[in-house]
Design a protein around this ligand. Sequence first.
Ligand code: NI
Ligand code: MN
Length: 227
Amino acid sequence: MKVTYYGHSCFLIEAGGKRLLFDPFFSGNTLAGSVRAADIHCDYVLITHGHSDHIGDLDAVMQHNPSAVVVGIYEVHVFASAKGYTTHPMNKGGWWSFDFGRVKMVNAVHSSSFHDGTYAGEPAGFVVNTADGTFYVSGDTALTRDMELIPMTCPPLDLAILPIGSNFTMDYHDALLASGFIHCSTIVGCHFDTFGYIKIDHEAAQAAFAAKGKELILMEIGEQKAF
Ligand code: NI
Ligand code: MN
C-alpha cells in the first residue's frame, strides 16, 4: 500500500490496484498550500462525514476526476449524487466488494452535517481489505469500545489512520488506547495542527506510542510512504 498525505484528514491510498482518496480538504488548510486538486488522481473518494474539513474539496477533486466513485453513508450519497457524481451508498455494519477489495463501514462517535447545516447522516469510519493489505480510516471520532468489534469482524489491520488532535476528536492518548482496541500497532495520525484548537506536541505524541512499543507516524503534507 502506498499512502500520500494531503494534510488534515486527506489521504490518497493506493491499494488493490486503485487509488482511494479519503476526505478531500486542502484548499482551506493553510498548511497544505502546495496541494492542488489538479494533481490528485483517484478512482474513488471515500467520505467519512459531511463536515467541510472533510468534503471541502470534493467538487474540485471530482472536476478533475469525473469518473471517480464517491463512497459514503446514505445521506452523503444523496448529496453527492444530486451533484451528478457516481456514488456508492453504504451504512454502518455493511460490507461491499469493490474492484479494489472489500470495504466495511464502521461506527464513529462524532457529529455530521453539511456546511449549510443540513443533515449529513452519521459520521463513519472505513475498514478496507485489499490484496495489498488491510487498513482502518476511523474518520473524526472519540475513543469508543465499538472499535473492539473491528478485530472481531475484520481481517487483521496492517495500518490505521486515527485522529490525534483532541478538541474535536480523540487526543493521542485515546488514539493509543484505540490502537489496542483494534489490535494495530502502526498508526498514522491525522486531524492535528490544522487549526489552533488541534495543535499538538509531535514529540510527546510519538513518545507516548513508543513507550508502549507502538509507532505513531506523522507524515509531512505531500509525503508518500509505503506500508
Ligand atoms: Ni468532523
Ligand atoms: Mn474534522
